[in-house]
Design a protein around this ligand. Sequence first.
Ligand code: FMN
Length: 171
Amino acid sequence: MEFFQVVEQRHSIRNYSSRPVEPEKLNRILEAANLAPSAANLQAYEIYVVAKVKQRAALCKAAHGQGFVIVAPVSLVFCTNAARLLERFGERGRGLYSVQDATIACAYAQLAATALGLGSVWVGAFDPEEVRKIVGLPEAQQPVAILPIGYAEAEPEIRGRRTLEDLVHPV
Ligand SMILES: Cc1cc2nc3c(=O)[nH]c(=O)nc-3n(C[C@H](O)[C@H](O)[C@H](O)COP(=O)(O)O)c2cc1C
């Protein structure tokens, strides 16, 4: 798929079929995330892959019962790992860059999933402490986003956007 087609065709998918995600496709998504830019290329984030039903159920509960989290065959949990840049960037690294690193990687993964014919949805509403327990996060890491991935069962809802006139501010 051409780049702008991918960007235009990515929509949040909240209805998944039980069709598994092929390991090769999952690997391509992870490879794409790994190509994301990061502060000083220190890659201050980690990706946890949740595919077992029991853990998906726990993740669904942690995401305040958002049901598609258990239905999607796999979810990626993007977490900060500020220890990787603390020495170089101090507090700005911990509070900002590590979050940005994890966020950009998740955005790359989401676009890669679209390019491979898969659906996904960014999940930010979750209890971080519950997610920490499910994926076994060390204290220094923080979950930033959950990305359920799978084949869409239904057509997505198309959400509108602000106009560029409203969004963009020439200075
Ligand atoms: C930071 C962030 C948090 C989000 N959290 C959730 C969430 O918890 N549950 C959900 O269903 N969608 C969530 N979304 C998806 C947005 O609702 C969705 O991207 C937005 O409505 C635009 O729709 P689109 O993705 O189809 O273009 C989140 C998106 C972002 C970027």
